[in-house]
Design a protein around this ligand. Structure first.
Ligand SMILES: NC(=O)c1ccc[n+]([C@@H]2O[C@H](COP(=O)([O-])OP(=O)(O)OC[C@H]3O[C@@H](n4cnc5c(N)ncnc54)[C@H](O)[C@@H]3O)[C@@H](O)[C@H]2O)c1
Length: 438
């Protein structure tokens, strides 16, 4: 089967590479010439573990190629995936569909034969029908169907998530489109990964409902963590005890500095907006959004307390700036709130991240980038663990404490414990939802 993938970002590139690994012929298109030129030279523009190897394998097998020219890519393709960005629209929280609709129009103008236009981008309910109208208007004689195929992969584990999904969701309007989609996902279906076939609107809604639910779960445990700190409970023990309940589950129950990333912030806002537009307010989601914002502010207070009330004149080391480990993605990362607050408060900030510097340099002005945690700790008054990269999970805490001016640790990912910090010689330690010391 020949497939075109429009957009070679975190979702489009991973999906294109994985679909080619299923045995399909895939051409990936991007309008960003820099990305296409890197890809043509065998370089991966994003950091995603394992993607370089899988990409090279499928390019070598002749199943995967890259182009800026959409018309070449979709020539003879039975399916065209739209995997472009749907960021938050300025001003109202709605998902910005400009890129999706532009891609739909381009497809309409270039397509000649029957094709299924598959929206993989996360889009509000009703968008696939809108895509259908746009395509029909631009090319009334084109025979085509639309399909909704939201993506659930997690950055940092994207290949595994695509190859071994909990489920694949496919929204279609007729059997013809369903057959094309079944053919695309046959390798997964054969290995008994469930493919859930729905109507267009349900598929679109599943994606937003799933992300809003996960954001709610994280925010719930973050709020419980805040209470734990007040009443003397330990949120790690609370999470463990809660998560063992099969009805709850232990995933997404780790307290932290508030969710960020490329999806949860924008998708919760978009769902809230969809609810408002349909006079059915998503009150839980709206509350989650505001509680999450509050969590980030709470983190600033925590750090300020550890610094004796003011950041002014302090040297602070920050470990991790990406929104989670194993990605270079900085979109809506908690670091984008916390680090500017430190710099703005008059601190000298030293930052290290295994993959974040490339993106982070432009986003975090006024900081000094260093190679590792020990360099970040040198003569510092406070060290902050912000992203739980493996590199920060087994630090030599004694060595860190020795290097610091005043050894204080803010462990915003609950990697270490009061005991670890005391043993290492720290004079103050704080984490999330657990008693610290100072
Ligand atoms: N990042 C994730 O983890 C994730 C997970 C699930 C779903 N999603 C959804 O998938 C969609 C894509 O997200 P992403 O993170 O991959 O975005 P991204 O910003 O990393 O990539 C989008 C790419 O599309 C390209 N593009 C835009 N318009 C184009 C056009 N007309 N022709 C060719 N290329 C075009 C851009 O140049 C860019 O490279 C979003 O709707 C997002 O919500 C993302």
């Amino acid at each position: 089967m020949k497939i075109a993938m429009i957009g070679t970002g975190y979702v489009g590139l991973v999906s294109g590479v994985c679909l080619s690994d299923f045995g399909h012929d895939v051409v990936c298109v991007d309008k960003d010439p820099a990305k296409i030129s890197m890809l043509e030279q065998g370089e991966v523009p994003i950091y995603e573990p394992g993607l370089d190897v899988l990409m090279a394998k499928n390019v070598a097998a002749g199943r995967l190629s890259f182009t800026q020219d959409l018309a070449t890519a979709i020539d003879g393709a039975q399916a065209v995936f739209i995997a472009v960005g749907t960021p938050t629209r300025r001003g109202d929280g709605h998902a910005d569909l400009t890129y999706v609709m532009a891609a739909a129009e381009e497809i309409a103008r270039a397509a000649k034969d029957y094709v299924v236009i598959v929206t993989k981008s996360t889009v509000p309910v009703g968008t696939n029908r809108q895509v259908k109208q746009v395509v029909h208007k631009a090319n009334p004689s084109l025979e085509f169907d639309v399909a909704s195929n939201p993506e659930f992969l997690r950055e940092g584990a994207a290949i595994d998530d695509f190859m071994k999904p909990d489920r694949v969701v496919v929204g279609v309007q007729n059997d013809r489109a369903a057959e094309v989609m079944n053919e695309i996902y046959r390798p997964l279906y054969l290995r008994e990964f469930p493919v859930v076939t729905t109507d267009l609107e349900s598929a679109e809604m599943i994606k937003y409902a799933a992300n809003a639910f996960l954001a709610t779960k994280i925010t719930f445990i973050n709020e419980i963590a805040a209470l734990c700190e007040k009443v003397g409970a330990d949120v790690k023990q609370v999470s463990k005890g809660m998560g063992m309940d099969g009805r709850i589950g232990n995933k997404f129950l780790h307290a932290g500095p508030g969710y960020g990333g490329s999806c949860f912030p924008k998708d919760t806002k978009a769902l809230a907006r969809i609810g408002q537009e349909h006079a059915t307010p998503m009150q839980i989601t709206e509350t989650v959004i505001s509680v999450n914002e509050e969590m980030k502010r709470r983190m600033i207070d925590k750090l300020q307390d550890l610094c004796g009330g003011s950041f002014n004149g302090k040297t602070i080391g920050v470990l991790g700036v990406t929104f989670k480990p194993n990605t270079d993605d900085m979109r809506d990362a908690p670091s984008l709130t916390l680090v500017p607050a430190l710099v703005g408060g008059g601190a000298k900030v030293r930052v290290t991240d295994p993959q974040g510097r490339h993106e982070g340099e432009a986003l975090l002005p006024g900081v000094q980038w260093v190679e590792d945690a020990y360099k970040a700790a040198k003569n510092a008054d406070l060290l902050v663990i912000l992203t739980e990269w493996n590199e920060f999970r087994a630090l030599d805490l004694k060595k860190l404490a020795r290097k610091m001016q005043t050894p204080r640790l803010a462990d915003l990912r609950n990697i270490y414990s009061v005991r670890d910090a005391k043993r290492a010689g720290f004079e103050a330690y704080d984490s999330i939802g657990r008693k610290g010391f100072s």
